[in-house]
Design a protein around this ligand. Structure first.
Ligand code: 8GT
Ligand code: MG
Length: 132
């Protein structure tokens, strides 16, 4: 069964807010873009807005859908829906006790993400190159 997941790159002043997946979780010990599974009949943008409130304590004001990627981890098949979140209220923090960090876009490639994130990390790094 395919699990639909919404994940967002929260961007402010050229940096992106990322969180560390706890070791007990699927793909634990790797960095992630905050987000989570879509509930039944819930669209990805609505799932992301809900998850970002729960996990990082922000209210999304503006988000853009970037692309979706299917990935088979072997133990789990996911369809990841990636977004950029460029306007929000509240200060992002680890509302569930997770370790979090702001990382400048040019340094994003130095962090280890789950395999399914490769294309999105490349896309975000490209945004940085555009500004050069
Ligand atoms: N949130 C998030 N999940 C990702 C990313 N990349 C990626 O492969 N995933 C995968 O997407 C799946 C669902 O994400 P999740 O664990 O955040 O789901 P959730 O918040 O609903 O968590 P829960 O199961 O603890 O309730 C996991 O299998 C996870 O490994 C990412 O960048 N962000
Ligand atoms: Mg989550």
């Amino acid at each position: 069964m395919m699990i639909h997941v919404a994940a967002g790159a929260i961007i402010r002043d050229g940096s992106i807010f990322i969180a560390l997946r706890s070791s007990e979780k699927h793909q634990g010990g790797l960095w992630e873009f905050p987000g989570g599974k879509c509930e039944m009949y819930e669209l990805p943008d609505a799932a992301l807005i809900r998850e970002l409130k729960e996990e990082v304590g922000i209210d999304v004001i503006s988000l853009q859908s970037v692309f979706s990627v299917d990935h088979d981890y072997g133990d789990k098949k996911v369809c990841l829906h990636f977004f950029v979140v460029d306007q929000f209220s509240g200060e992002p923090h680890g509302a569930e006790g997770q370790k979090v960090q702001w990382v400048s876009i040019k340094k994003l490639i130095n962090y280890s993400f789950p395999k399914a994130n490769e294309g999105f990390v490349a896309f975000l790094s490209g945004l940085y190159d555009l500004k050069e």
